[in-house]
Design a protein around this ligand. Structure first.
Ligand SMILES: Nc1ncnc2c1ncn2[C@@H]1O[C@H](COP(=O)(O)OP(=O)(O)OP(=O)(O)O)[C@@H](O)[C@H]1O
Length: 542
């Protein structure tokens, strides 16, 4: 969008947390690399990458006309430079290679120490989830034996992760800080190489492609049969524009995922180079992503959404407490489910070199991005909490909170165009999640024929660009879990409110949210989750 080049966003929202330039959210996870996260189901158009403010250290990002700041003190530079700068700041290039360890729960000043954590999943299930590749495509797989965890040594603290349904407990040690992890990368090169060459890691030649599972902005995902392990897995191919040496480094960094063992994280089985791509093999989740489920079966029952919230929070806490990783891309398409009723997150930020390699091709942004991130503040785990809040509203309402109502032409959670929608949606509540102040009558109605895809805040066939949306996220009250069609429990409404405070300091942390009434008083058992999942599986049958 050339018109936006070198011009500020002009966002002057209420968040006061912007304190440092930040890396682009969208490029900071290993799987969804190139364009990252304007999802294929989300509006296209804005290249925010070219309009991110360069903020002096400690300064605010909102010194733009209309914000009360000094516009002349803010310069603007392209996203690629911005990312490089950020990567330097985060010590991600060269000396240090891990991407997501720099920010604490409330910002970069948080202590890097690692607290031992024991993770146990609620509601035991009969098979170990990390091995839960389920049948599909006519095959009858046995769960793949999980490769033994690579033991990281050194100054690590240990954490034990009890997998539900598994009699064994896998002990895993993780490094406690960016620097210690980085040091390992530089000093333990031989060990890493050995790990990469380890027979336990899945190799490309072991895999036969069964079918396509989906495609994101950064790559394609296929369902594969692992001949050696006799099980189904998922393979993601990411286009990486980098020299072979750098690609090797990326692969080494991605091995970090092999250390992740949580019932709330999609298991990782290996990675390898494929021409100009990096292939990542992971656990196959047979129901697919929650956005896929939502598109197929409509809104998810609010009690199940509560379990989704709990699973995502447990996953975030695990990633942060054990591995010092901030996810950075929470959204329904990165939350996967299987027919055992397990819900897990994938696509978290790991590889700094991968971030480096994709920086030049980054062109997107995410509609799940928090106000402070839009304003250029440092990414923290609270930004993940915002994204979770938006995702929960979307899943419970069956539509993206900022999406067009059915009488317009952009997409909601069901992904259907107007003429594809069923009459049942006539009862659609056009702006239930949005405050009245969010209605924007000044936006010109446009005809369907000429209108580009966008998002509507107020209904009435008005669309807004991504830029408008980002301004809305920053300047207007956050969506709420309210609807004229359905009465959601107060505890759920309060939970979502706590996720969507504009000020990240007021927003609750994952740990605090896990203690909330909605989560603690949930009556949903693992058996309930499984029967919901079975219903979804049934609905997905052709
Ligand atoms: N491990 C998996 N098991 C089963 N299906 C998967 C798995 N990983 C991804 N998928 C499916 O593939 C689709 C594409 O995933 P991908 O991560 O490439 O993109 P995305 O997350 O949808 O979008 P974006 O690139 O914007 O992040 C997902 O929406 C999901 O339905």
């Amino acid at each position: 969008m050339p018109g936006f080049e070198r011009s500020p966003l002009g966002l002057n929202g209420s968040s006061t947390s912007a304190s440092a330039p930040s890396s682009s959210k969208a490029s900071l996870h290993p799987f969804a690399a190139v364009k990252s996260s304007i999802s294929r189901k989300k509006p296209l158009g804005l290249d925010i990458s070219r309009s991110i403010p360069k903020v002096p250290a400690g300064g605010r990002a909102d010194s733009t006309p209309g914000s009360g700041g000094d516009a002349s003190s803010v310069s603007w530079y392209p996203e690629a430079d911005h990312l490089r700068h950020q990567i330097e700041l985060l010590q991600l290039s060269g000396r240090s290679s891990s991407s997501s360890y720099a920010s604490g729960p409330d910002g970069p000043e948080s202590p890097p120490s690692l607290s031992p954590v024991t993770v146990s999943a609620p509601g035991a299930v009969t098979s170990a989830p990390s091995n839960s590749a389920t049948s599909g495509g006519g095959a009858n797989p046995t769960p793949p034996p999980r490769p033994p965890r690579r033991q990281l040594t050194g100054n690590s603290n240990s954490a034990s992760t009890a997998l539900p349904g598994s009699t064994s407990t896998s002990n895993l040690s993780a490094t406690g800080s960016t620097s210690s992890r980085s040091k390992k990368h530089s000093t333990n090169g031989k060990k890493k190489k050995h790990a990469a060459d380890n027979d336990d890691m899945v190799k490309e030649e072991d895999l036969d492609v069964l079918s396509d599972l989906g495609a994101g902005n950064g790559g394609t995902v296929t369902k594969v049969w692992n001949k050696k392990r006799k099980s189904i897995m998922a393979k993601k191919l990411i286009l990486v524009d980098a020299k072979p040496a750098v690609r090797k480094q990326i692969l080494r960094e991605l091995q970090i995922m092999n250390d992740c063992a949580s019932p709330y994280i999609v298991s990782y089985y290996g990675c390898f180079p494929v021409d100009v791509h990096v292939g990542i093999v992971m656990e196959y989740m047979d129901l697919g992503s929650l956005d896929y489920i939502c598109r197929n079966t409509g809104a998810i029952p609010i009690d199940i959404v509560g379990k989704v919230a709990e699973s995502v929070l447990q996953g975030l806490v695990y990633l942060y407490d054990v591995h010092r990783i901030i996810h950075r891309d929470i959204k329904p398409s990165n939350i996967l489910a299987n027919s055992q009723g397990q819900i897990k997150i994938c696509d978290f930020g790991v590889s700094g070199e991968l971030i480096n390699s994709i920086a030049n091709t980054f062109v997107g942004t995410s509609t799940y991005m928090s106000p402070e991130r839009i304003q250029g503040a440092q990414y923290t785990i609270k930004s993940d909490v915002w994204s979770l809040g938006i995702s929960l509203v979307e899943l419970a309402q069956g539509r993206f909170p900022f999406a067009d109502p059915p009488d317009s032409d952009s997409e909601s959670c069901d992904g259907l165009d107007d003429d594809e929608r069923q009459p049942a949606e006539n009862t659609f509540d056009p702006d239930a999640t949005l405050p009245l102040s969010s209605q924007r009558p000044q936006l010109s109605p446009t005809t369907k024929r000429h209108r580009k895809r966008g998002v509507s805040l107020g209904g009435g066939g008005m669309t807004m660009s991504i830029l408008d949306l980002l301004q809305h996220i920053v300047n207007e009250p956050a969506p709420r879990l309210v609807s004229r069609r359905e009465q959601f429990p107060d505890s759920a409404v309060l939970f979502v409110d706590a996720c969507l405070y504009k000020d990240p300091a007021a927003r609750k942390s994952p740990q605090e949210l896990l203690e909330s009434d909605w989560i603690k008083n949930s009556k949903v058992t693992q058996a309930d989750l499984r029967s919901w999942a079975e219903g979804v599986a049934e609905a997905q049958k052709p």
